[in-house]
Design a protein around this ligand. Sequence first.
Ligand SMILES: Nc1ncnc2c1ncn2[C@@H]1O[C@H](COP(=O)(O)OP(=O)(O)OP(=O)(O)O)[C@@H](O)[C@H]1O
Ligand SMILES: Cc1ncc(CO)c(N)n1
Length: 286
Amino acid sequence: MTTIARALTIAGSDSGGGAGIQADLKTFQELGIFGMSAITAITAQNTLGVQGVYPIDPIGLDKQITSVADDIGIDAVKTGMLFDETRIRLVSEKIRYYRWKNVVVDPVMIAKGGASLLTENSITALINELLPLATVATPNIPEAEAITGRDIKTMEDRKRAAKDFYDMGVKSVVIKGGHHTEKDTTIDLFFDGNTFTYLEFPKINTKNTHGTGCSFASAITAELAKGNPLSNAIQTAKQFIHYAIVHSLAIGKGHGPTHHGAYRHFGENMNGNREGKIWQESMKMK
Ligand SMILES: Nc1ncnc2c1ncn2[C@@H]1O[C@H](COP(=O)(O)OP(=O)(O)OP(=O)(O)O)[C@@H](O)[C@H]1O
Ligand SMILES: Cc1ncc(CO)c(N)n1
């Protein structure tokens, strides 16, 4: 008998296949776990942007989660696009009911082309209901700004924002650096309440970064589902997304998707010959 770790993604469908549910399931498959999905909304989407958003009835969302949770079981869960307050509340209630422990919350708000994937008045429910249930939250910089109400320009601002998340009851946070590339590198900042971990990787000069955030968060989810400690899960996810962007796909007329198979083909066996720099600093702030 084969046993396999199981993960559920609760997110929006991206018809273009690069982000959302599709990115999550591809990532789960590549990292060797069994993936399941509960779709919150269907988007008509491609590399040029989002052409339409069609939310799924909350009863239909509820049923999808119940069906897989009651039968198949879940080792880790990831949330992505939740669309509105009703669906945020529903998903939070399910996480509490099933007492899921490995919960990755990617607080998706706006697609790269500018389309809104979360209604504006939902941020309070996100902060009060869902974020306190997260093992780790993975905002990008604009999302971290919207949640904390802070302008994030410098690394010091980012550290303060990370601490704000912790003070809101979020167990840990990765504030991703894809929107603030330093000269030649991109730094993701992980904070667990005690230690800041910096993951500094070479900046990859490509426009094909559609779905990077979803894929990074689902890679963390896959590693947690396998029972790996959070800090290892984040480092593996960073390697995974790095190779996926290095080998990203120039398909479509706009921002192409990342290559989910790249880590397996090119990255997994690098054995210590890692691409990035990772360092830590214990918490002290001016
Ligand atoms: N040009 C790049 N070069 C290297 N790494 C990148 C680049 N762009 C993004 N990343 C990495 O990809 C991951 C996702 O970060 P990003 O800030 O792009 O998320 P996001 O905005 O939520 O993505 P999306 O909304 O498109 O799914 C992070 O680990 C980030 O460092
Ligand atoms: C469905 C969906 N979820 C998340 C994102 C964010 O990249 C996207 N573009 N589409």
